[in-house]
Design a protein around this ligand. Structure first.
Ligand code: PLP
Length: 438
């Protein structure tokens, strides 16, 4: 049954062309495995894990049952001065996926909240150490760290910032790592490690003791899968170590297996000081975000407060919500039982073969990819983003959901996909792009 347009008007949809959408809605009513069903009964292949969330596929009964059981047992408690078992169990399970000395986890409800939480933990850490001159943050052009004021201040996507002048000052932006000479690189590109020297310049310009933290998406995801050049992250780590800057990896997209390892830091062999995560932490079933924190950062903040006093004046009503914790524990169990992280690594070759097989298409100007994530740049049309928006709609009409940022498609199928799905994704992309007006 088509949904009547006048029932759509009340929902001010996020990151959506509302007028356009409401004139031509795309409504999903079911999800099962790698497939959605829309309100006309059409099957839609999920080529982007909805929004990089549904790693284990849709409709996982184990998660639904765990959430139901938790809600019937204890639906809600605050985590301010109270606890419930699933929160501690989940923090321990996440710590087990982290580097050895990173055994503390702070819960939030989204990636944006995780990023703002990490910024505040960094500030509290330097405050506790008495290094109050560390007021600058470093981020990167084309970086995306969510939409709250902290993460927005770190955002290197101009459209996300332009209506919001009053963001936090003092953020320094590294150049992004897209280089023409690396076009159509599969895996880590060869050129560009020297772009990390921007951070060394900031240290020279502002002083080694002026920068609190450097936020990096190891693979810049939302902007279209910018894979770090070989040696780049290693050099960033080195400069952070030399200047005492905290290195924070924003793993909201790459966490939970996307690159064939639990987190991308393992794939790249570089350890940060904090990690932000969200999305696939619950397989997308219940909102949740988290920050994993190195032990000595936690201890510095906690030990600086008087006995019996609250150490970090930060937290959300729904931090460590019981239903979210139950969903996350069930998701982690699925990931482990079905070896989905390893599966992503094993499938990567076939996935990248299928995506890079599109490179001959005239409208495609670049393809990048690693693990089970790839970015495909479409040559812009009459204005930036117009062709991408049109293509996204046509793909949907042809039975494929793909996330777009401007004119870039970001393909990131659920980790439970198989090679036939990759072929289907590639076939629909090819047919639809080749059919686009030039
Ligand atoms: C790297 C990164 N950080 C933060 C966020 C924000 O997450 P959320 O939309 O859950 O607030 C995103 C969302 O895509 C992201 O990709």
């Amino acid at each position: 049954m088509p949904t009547a347009a006048n029932t759509l008007e009340h929902h001010w949809m996020p990151f959506t062309a509302n007028r356009d959408f409401k004139a031509e809605p795309r409504i999903l009513v079911e999800g099962d495995g790698v497939w959605f069903t829309d309100n006309r009964g059409q099957k839609i292949l999920d080529g982007s894990s909805a929004l990089f969330c549904s790693a284990a596929g849709h409709g996982r009964s184990e998660i639904a049952e765990a959430v139901r059981d938790q809600l019937l047992k204890l639906d809600y408690t605050t985590s301010f001065q109270l606890g419930h078992p699933a929160a501690f169990e989940l923090a321990r399970a996440i710590s087990a996926l982290m580097p050895k000395a990173m055994n503390h986890v702070f819960f939030a409800n989204s990636g944006s909240e995780a990023v703002d939480t990490a910024m505040k933990i960094a500030m509290a850490y330097w405050d506790a150490k008495g290094e109050t001159a560390r007021t600058h943050f470093v981020s990167r052009e084309r970086g995306y760290h969510g939409v709250n004021i902290g993460g927005l201040s770190l955002s290197g996507l101009p459209n996300n910032r332009k209506a919001f002048g009053g963001v936090i000052p003092g953020v320094l932006f590294l150049r992004h790592t897209w280089l023409e000479e690396n076009s159509f690189s599969r895996g880590q590109p060869g050129a560009g490690a020297d772009l990390a020297e921007d951070l060394a310049r900031f240290v020279d310009d502002h002083g080694a003791d002026a920068i609190a933290a450097c936020f990096i998406e190891p693979v810049a995801g939302s902007t279209g899968c910018l894979v770090p050049p070989k040696g780049y992250l290693e050099r960033i780590r080195e400069i952070c170590d030399d200047a005492g800057i905290l290195l924070i990896f924003d793993e909201v997209i790459c966490g939970f297996g996307r690159l064939g390892t639990p987190f991308s830091m393992e794939a790249f062999g570089v350890e940060p000081d904090m990690v932000t995560m969200a999305k696939a932490i619950t397989n997308g079933a219940i909102p949740m975000g988290a920050v994993a924190v190195r032990d000595d950062i936690y201890e510095t903040v906690v030990d600086a407060a008087p006995e019996g006093a609250i150490e970090l004046f930060h937290g959300y009503t729904f931090s460590a919500h019981p239903a979210a914790c139950a969903a996350a524990l069930a998701a982690l169990q699925i990931y482990e039982k079905e070896k989905l992280f390893e599966r992503a690594g094993q499938l990567s070759g076939a996935f990248l073969d299928s995506v890079f097989g599109l490179r001959d298409i005239e409208l495609i100007s670049d393809i990048r990819g690693i693990g089970l994530i790839a970015g495909i740049d479409i040559t812009p049309g009459e204005r930036p983003g117009a062709r991408g928006a049109e293509l996204q709609k046509r793909l949907f009409a042809n039975g494929l959901h793909i996330k777009f940022t401007g004119d870039t498609a970001v393909v990131a199928p659920p980790l439970v996909s198989d090679e036939t799905h990759f072929d289907q994704i590639a076939a629909i992309l090819r047919a639809t792009i080749e059919d686009m007006p030039q």
